[in-house]
Design a protein around this ligand. Structure first.
Ligand code: PLP
Length: 393
């Protein structure tokens, strides 16, 4: 792949890598912030002598800077930036799976991933098995079918269940499977799946990596250069690219990633404490709680518990609209990971694409709400929840 030569100190920390990604790469004017390169094509040196970049579908300098920065953050050999999280997951399934191949995915994975695997498998593109990956027997049975790919999503969406990446990767490798981890909820600041044995990491960069809810992008980060090159061939073949401008914005968002993740996580911890003690709240789901599935794994696997949490309202299910209507600060919206606090009702929003039965199996009740805690003053965040809870019977 082409290189943009982002200069980084050797062994730089995560915050340093994120802040300095792509800085000082402009040789023409010496601008500190990298230039945006929208050109779709690049002048050949001469006949049969292309430059580093030749055509924008395959690679683009602005995109490359983001790919190099996120690859470095995840400790990978290389990365491919795509136009959204789903196109990254689609790309890897097209590149790796043929009709007889099996993918094993969590039964409580992101609803869009569930829908994609389900619908493609129904058309015969590959086979899929959704399992509860925290159940050792279910995992053992699925791996006995010799899958080609195992998707891990931890903490899961929306119930924040945590599974052991290292243990699952080890077992998956024993049967010859590749391991893909969706690290969207944690970011490389809090969890580094490649170091735990995964082969590929994916993100919806639409979320924390950008952090400002103003662009869509996805990424695949590879441990192995050869696999990255093979998948890049497919990326160019299909055309899964991100624009130069969105790449620039994403790189700008990354500069504050470490600070945002720490502050949002600190706010979330206080929100968890508030909700756990509230009489109108039935259950709270957050990896910091000892009641959470995989809390002990989270303590060793993650560098923090993150800023996403979910909870169920106690009592009559009919109070849901009243509660949501009463919120003033929180915005009812599908996404997560931005600087603003969002709330979502998975059954009718993020997970509406999967059947009611599959939602029930995954434990996603109609009473469940997911919160992405933002960077507002924490007293305002908690105050908003408090007054909305007071508004329901
Ligand atoms: N993976 C996870 C965990 C997600 O939450 C999402 C979106 O919400 C995606 C993947 C898909 O990302 P995008 O919306 O950027 O296509």
């Amino acid at each position: 792949m082409s290189k943009c030569i982002t200069k980084q100190q050797k062994n730089a920390g995560q915050a340093t890598i994120a802040v300095r990604g792509g800085l000082n790469t402009d040789n023409q004017y010496g601008s500190v912030v990298p230039v945006i390169t929208p050109s779709t094509c690049y002048r050949y040196h001469e006949f049969a002598k292309p430059r580093e970049f030749d055509y924008g579908r395959k690679a683009n300098p602005s995109r490359r800077l983001v790919e190099e920065t996120i690859a470095q953050l995840e400790g990978g050999a290389d990365a491919i930036l795509t136009n959204c999280g789903m196109s990254a997951i689609h790309l890897i399934s097209v590149a790796l799976l043929t009709p007889n191949d099996l993918i094993v995915a969590p039964h409580d994975c992101y609803g869009g991933s569930y829908r994609l695997f389900n619908s493609l498998s129904q058309r015969g593109a590959f086979k899929v098995k959704f399992i509860d990956q925290s159940d050792p027997l279910a995992l053992q049975e699925a791996l006995a079918l010799k899958p080609k790919l195992v998707l891990i999503e931890t903490p899961s969406n929306p119930l924040l269940r945590v599974v052991d990446i290292q243990a699952i990767a080890k077992q998956a490798h024993e049967v010859g499977a590749l391991v893909l981890v969706d690290n969207t909820f944690m970011t490389p600041i809090l969890q580094q799946p490649l170091a735990l044995g995964a082969d590929i990491v994916t993100h919806s960069c639409t979320k924390f990596l950008n952090g400002h809810s103003d662009l869509l992008a996805g990424i695949l980060v590879f441990k192995d250069q050869k696999l990255a090159d093979d998948v890049l061939w497919w990326a160019n073949n299909i055309g899964t690219l991100t624009s130069a401008f969105d790449s620039y914005l994403l790189l700008r968002g990354l500069r504050t990633l470490s600070a945002r993740v720490s502050l949002q996580q600190a706010n979330a911890q206080k929100v968890v404490e508030f909700l756990v003690n509230h009489p109108k709240v039935a259950n709270v789901y957050h990896p910091s709680l000892s009641s959470n599935v995989g809390h002990d794994i989270a303590q060793k696997q993650q560098k923090g518990f993150g800023s996403l949490l979910s909870f169920e309202l106690a009592g009559d299910p009919a109070v849901m609209p009243t509660f949501l209507q009463a919120l003033n600060l929180f915005t009812l919206a599908q996404s997560l990971g931005g600087v603003e606090s969002l709330i979502c009702h998975p059954a009718t929003m993020t997970h509406s694409g999967i059947s009611a039965e599959a939602r029930k199996t995954a434990g996603i009740s109609d009473q469940l709400l997911r919160i992405s805690v933002g960077l507002e003053d924490v007293d305002d965040i908690i105050g908003d929840l408090d007054q909305a809870l007071a508004a329901i019977a």
